[in-house]
Design a protein around this ligand. Structure first.
Ligand SMILES: NC(=O)C1=CN([C@@H]2O[C@H](COP(=O)(O)OP(=O)(O)OC[C@H]3O[C@@H](n4cnc5c(N)ncnc54)[C@H](OP(=O)(O)O)[C@@H]3O)[C@@H](O)[C@H]2O)[C@@H](O)CC1
Length: 192
């Protein structure tokens, strides 16, 4: 059994450690762990160690914060961009856990093109099913860095493989890429 499988089994096993965590904390933990496990299956740490985790202001961002912690435990080197934080205790706790693991945080201004020079994978945890309208700052400029127009390739633009949580960020949950954001993830991790 891999470390990722062991972690997922532990989380889902109601007989250990009092069982799964309740409420939003529990769902974030399970979602984030599942995302990290999915990444280990597809992007081996030996070739994809440097992971940029971009977290939005809602629960999609929370999935990303949890995934970053597990990725670190699985041997990856995550770096987090979390430009719009909340004061909610659950989220402050997630950030404290990441800081205690010495996982670096970067600002949007510190992200420079081409991203492939600094990162092997991007984890897109910016927006999920509650995204509405057109992206507002600072996420509009982040999404532009991740966009790959139809007539270009990610390699042309130096955009690393993108793993999106639940929905490609900037896409409408029903209508798709109605704003022509151009974010085209290589992998989507979502719950059924
Ligand atoms: N059962 C569950 O709930 C579970 C949910 N889970 C995960 O959570 C995700 C849903 O989470 P969510 O509902 O918190 O919303 P999410 O998509 O993260 O974004 C909301 C934030 O985005 C912002 N925002 C919106 N539009 C914007 C714009 N145009 N430009 C800029 N900002 C904009 C908006 O800001 P506001 O409009 O309030 O100012 C708000 O702060 C879901 O997809 C899944 O991944 C799983 O963990 C497990 C169970």
């Amino acid at each position: 059994m891999s470390n990722a499988d062991a972690a997922l089994t532990w989380h889902c096993n109601a007989d250990v450690a009092g069982g799964p965590l309740p409420g939003l904390r529990g769902t974030l933990e399970l979602a984030g762990l599942s995302v990290a496990c999915a990444i280990t299956e597809v992007y081996a740490v030996a070739k994809h160690q440097r992971v940029l985790v971009i977290c939005g202001p809602g629960n999609n961002g929370g999935d990303g914060l949890v995934a970053a912690r597990h990725l670190r435990h699985f041997g990856y080197s995550p770096v987090i961009c979390y430009p719009k934080r909340t004061d909610k205790p659950l989220y402050k706790g997630l950030v404290t856990q990441l800081e205690s693991l010495h996982i670096p945080f970067v600002t949007v201004g510190e992200l420079t093109a081409p991203l492939s020079s600094d990162y092997d994978i991007i984890l897109d945890a910016i927006f999920g099913f509650s995204f509405k309208g057109t992206p507002r700052p600072p996420f509009d400029s982040v999404l532009k860095m991740l966009a790959v127009p139809e007539d270009k390739t990610a390699a042309d633009l130096g955009v690393p493989p993108i793993v999106s949580v639940d929905i490609p960020s900037g896409w409408d949950v029903e209508g798709g890429d109605v704003n022509s954001i151009g974010l085209r993830p290589d992998m989507l991790v979502c719950s059924k």
